[in-house]
Design a protein around this ligand. Structure first.
Ligand code: C2E
Ligand code: MG
Ligand code: MG
Length: 311
């Protein structure tokens, strides 16, 4: 991070503070990058600081909400479960996307309390559904250091959700900081009867060696591969190889981010049995899920087919 005298500050303190801002920008661009301070950086860091304050208040002010996205059997269209996805309804800014506030929640440590709220809410909601579908909950790396398995056991007891109805989603970045500890957490979760999925497969540093060590119950292929499955031979080859890997390791593979019929056809042809994406449904508030489950039940009562595809 570079700041120049005198245009970026007349005193040592201001120059150093501005060089720091430039350094954060450089770090965010990756290793070995150099950035020079610009006044716009003040604005960015001021906005981040404001957002961090708002984020801290968001839990007590009840501004979080969970939406649920359906996961489907790609052949029959049957529902196999739902993923809980966090939404923040900011009082002034409107809906802030998770990718904008989750990294901030992680940096400030707020993710531990927020993640706990997500876990409790998702389990309580799933326990209230009229049909016993699974619910998948994303867990941030930091939560692994806060006795996650013990917390999950408590929440399952409090909400009455059966352990086999909860799936914890971990990404590789959540694992690499301390693989040994992460493995202990995963084993403790599995001992409870909870399943554990590897999220965003293929985007990490060493997805293959992670699979060798961690006893995952599901592999979720990252949407970046699915979205180019038709147009890029490389993406198609990676999806195919992941499916083969899943088959030989006996781990189901779910394709994330399925948006088109053509992608679905490709996935079916390759023997991918599980999918999630806008083609099936966008993430929806719980009231819609309750309606969907009711419609499914009505259809099952009225005819022999109980399958309802969500638009
Ligand atoms: P993820 O866990 O990989 O979740 C899937 C993301 O893909 C969601 O984005 C979902 O809305 C989006 N998606 C689903 N289908 C499609 C599709 O067909 N096309 C496209 N383009 N996108 C699709 P969302 O809800 O914005 O969440 C982004 C990420 O934020 C999540 O990625 C997850 O890493 C994180 N996240 C969300 N909720 C939580 C949470 O409660 N706790 C933690 N720690 N992280 C969360
Ligand atoms: Mg996920
Ligand atoms: Mg994912």
């Amino acid at each position: 991070g570079v700041s120049l005298f005198p245009e970026h500050g007349a005193s040592y303190d201001v120059l150093r503070q501005n060089a720091d801002l430039a350094m954060y920008r450089a770090k965010s661009l990756g290793q070995g990058k150099i950035c020079t301070y610009e006044t716009a950086m003040d604005e960015t860091s001021r906005r981040r600081a404001e957002l961090a304050i708002d984020l801290k208040r968001a839990l007590v002010r009840n501004e979080f909400e969970l939406h649920y996205q359906v996961q489907n059997d790609t052949q029959s269209g049957d529902i196999i479960g739902f993923e809980a996805l966090l939404r923040w309804n900011h009082p002034r800014k409107g809906r802030v996307p998770p990718n904008d506030f989750i990294p901030l929640a992680e940096q400030t440590g707020l993710i531990v309390d927020i993640g706990d709220w997500v876990l409790r809410t998702a389990c309580a909601t799933a326990a209230s559904w009229s049909r016993p579908f699974k619910v998948a909950v994303n867990v941030a790396p930091m939560q692994l250091n806060y006795d996650l398995a013990k917390r999950v056991a408590e929440v399952l007891r409090e909400t009455g959700l059966a352990p086999e109805r909860l799936e914890i989603e971990l990404t590789e970045t959540g694992i690499i900081a301390d693989r040994q500890h992460a493995l202990q957490v995963v084993l403790a979760l599995k001992a409870l009867g909870v399943t554990v999925a590897m999220d965003d497969f293929g985007t990490g540093y060493s997805s293959l060696s992670t699979l060798q060590v961690f006893p995952f119950d599901k592999i979720k292929v990252d949407k970046s591969f699915i979205q180019s499955v038709e147009t890029s031979v490389h993406a198609a080859a990676i999806v195919k190889a992941t499916l083969l890997l899943g088959r030989s390791l006996n781990i189901p593979v779910l394709a994330e981010g399925v948006e088109t019929e053509a992608e679905l056809r490709c996935l079916r042809a390759e023997g991918c049995h599980e999918g999630q994406g806008y083609l099936f449904s966008r993430p929806r508030p719980n009231v819609d899920i309750v309606g969907l489950l009711q419609a499914q039940r009505d259809a099952a009562d009225g005819s022999s087919s109980g399958n309802v595809m969500v638009a």
